[in-house]
Design a protein around this ligand. Structure first.
Ligand SMILES: [Zn+2]
Length: 578
């Protein structure tokens, strides 16, 4: 029997079903029933029902109020939804919660949208930190800064001359004068291995690229303890619960990071069901064999709380760093924007097709699902070439290979992906925050394809949308926004932060969008029979919303908040009532 107190906002009452002669023949009553709601089941027909019943952490029935009431016993907890909308627990298919947890212990993330914001932020740090301490500006991509460029050293000096300051974006850093002096980069005669300096006509440094390990010597990363990290990780998971998230995919775990999850699982302290993605830089089939042998597990191992998902490799770069691998040369506009020098540059491809074929073949043979970080259309072509080779030897369709990111769907690659049973995990907040920069520096046609949710779905590619949450705790201003209702709004409206719409054909219906954060997420992890929809037999993970997702104004979708989140049939979060 569940042991939960009801949220004050709900009218709670307990049914007593009068005992009768055939009591023994009756199935055990439900632990909990939810009545009088608008329950979006996300089943195959997108059924909407009034009520559902839960027993032992699973849904045992859905239907109308009178049918579900019959399943109550004298100890059943009954929750009257008062017409509220219920959705399946959200499956956030791409996050880095361990990284977020660690980062939260080191420094507070801030979303800085202009050079003035950066200066203001630096001035605040100056007041708090002892002189001489390094000030590292939180990640602020040039695609999101109003000025669409790095700040100059003079602009950093204007905010601070007492502390060394470093700003990094698009894999290039700017330091204030004190920073350049301390690191010796101000000396035009000095060469530092691996570090390239762009100087003005007078020889003063403006921007540097490379030399990350050299710079780190001056401002080493803060160490954080295991116990602190574990506590912070639980806190991050609780934040997810507040947004109706009941399952996550950790999208790039090391084996050390996986150990945190094993601890949480062993202590019964998980509040999000987790699919673990293991990332490594395998270059060959033998490397995959060695890694997986050491791991001693494979896709599908584990239980409903912690399950082994896919292996992951990183195939290309990204639009923020200026190295997404494209079918075409970057050309002058993009070269100037990212401060590259070769207009023929197409981005960085970390693997040859032959290497990927070898890696994918090995994973496939060993029973692993695989996925890869790949952002550019040229990168996707290379991955699909490798998958085609593997598929010709041993059909791959059942493995649900997943393209992670795949920002720019092209008609031919969508068709190839669908044929191979390939799935996509793509990021709505990037469209929200970066699509204006895409239009300006790549062109409107690129912005129209960017995060092409409609294109993927129409092409029959199982697609999950998510945030790729990696730093910061605010649901909307974090890098990247982990507010799932923002993801839904972007998918439904295709409006970005400035209200512009690129590629209106990418819009999807509200129910399609909801499927992309529930059932499709479950599908990516072979969990569609366990979760992602509200049907008999599925885990009782769900969220009750404060407004009607199907009818509220579309620009309000991102403001929806769960009033209650249920995990495994128990209330894991409920909103405070005023
Ligand atoms: Zn990621």
């Amino acid at each position: 029997m569940t042991n939960i107190r009801l949220p004050i906002a709900f009218v709670a009452f307990v049914f007593t079903v009068s005992a009768n002669a055939d009591d023994q023949a009756k199935p055990r009553p439900a632990d909990t029933i939810l009545l009088a709601g608008k329950i979006l089941t996300v089943d195959a027909r997108d059924s909407v029902v009034q009520a559902l019943a839960i027993r032992d952490g699973r849904i045992i029935a859905v239907g109308n109020n009178s049918d579900i009431k019959k399943l109550a016993g004298d100890k059943t907890l009954s929750i009257s939804l008062d017409g509220k909308t219920v959705i399946p627990g959200i499956v956030a298919t791409h996050c880095h919660a361990v990284g977020v947890a660690r980062g939260s212990l080191v420094r507070r993330h801030a979303e800085l949208l202009s050079i003035a914001d950066i200066q203001k932020w630096i001035r605040r740090q100056v007041k708090q930190l002892p002189a001489g301490r390094w000030i590292e500006v939180p990640r602020s991509d040039i695609t999101r800064l109003k000025e669409r460029r790095h700040p100059t050293p003079a602009e950093l000096d204007a905010a601070c001359t007492t502390h060394p300051v470093i700003f990094t974006a698009a894999r290039k850093s700017v330091l204030n004068s004190l920073g350049f002096k301390i690191t010796g980069i101000d000396d035009a005669k000095k060469t530092i291995p691996g570090l390239r300096v762009i100087r003005d006509d007078a020889g003063n440094p403006l921007l540097i690229s490379g030399g990350g390990s050299y710079l780190r010597k001056f401002h080493p990363r803060a160490e954080v303890g295991e116990a602190e990290t574990l506590a912070a990780l639980k806190m991050v998971h609780r934040r997810y619960n507040q947004l109706g998230i009941t399952s996550i995919f950790e999208r790039a775990l090391s084996t050390d990071q996986f150990a945190f999850y094993k601890k949480l699982r062993a202590a019964n302290e998980m509040t999000v069901r987790t699919t673990a993605t293991f990332r490594s830089s395998f270059r060959s089939g033998e490397a995959v064999e060695a890694y997986t042998k050491k791991l001693g597990m494979k896709t599908g191992d584990g239980d409903d709380w912690l399950r082994v998902g896919p292996l992951k490799i990183t195939v290309d770069g990204g639009i923020h760093w200026g190295n997404t691998y494209l079918r075409e040369a970057y050309g002058k506009k993009r070269i100037d924007f990212y401060v590259h020098d070769d207009p023929e540059y197409r981005g960085s491809l970390n693997y040859s097709v032959e290497q990927m074929t070898d890696v994918f073949r090995a994973g496939h043979a060993l029973g692993w699902q695989m996925c890869c970080h790949v952002t550019g259309d040229g990168g996707v072509d290379a991955v699909l070439d490798a998958l085609d080779s593997v598929d010709r030897e041993t059909p791959l369709k059942a493995r649900r290979f997943t393209l992670v990111h795949a920002y720019f769907p092209a008609r031919d690659s969508i068709a190839r992906a669908a044929k191979l049973g390939v799935c996509v995990d793509t990021q709505a907040p990037l469209y929200y925050k970066d699509s204006d920069a895409m239009a300006d520096f790549y062109g409107e046609d690129w912005a129209s394809r960017f995060i092409g949710i409609g294109d993927w779905l129409r092409g029959g590619v199982p697609t999950a949308i998510n945030g790729d949450h990696m730093m910061g705790l605010d649901p909307d201003t974090s890098m990247n926004a982990y507010n799932p209702f923002l993801w839904l709004q972007v998918a439904v409206t295709r409006k970005n932060r400035s209200g512009r719409v690129y590629g209106p054909h990418q819009k999807v219906s509200r129910l399609q969008a909801l499927r992309c954060i529930t059932a499709n997420g479950a599908y990516l992890a072979f969990d569609e029979e366990r979760k992602g929809s509200l049907q008999p037999g599925r885990l009782a993970d769900l969220a009750v919303l404060d407004r009607d997702y199907l009818t509220c104004p579309e620009d309000e979708i991102r403001r929806i908040k769960p009033v209650l989140t249920m995990l495994d049939g128990k209330v894991i979060y409920r909103a405070k009532t005023k």
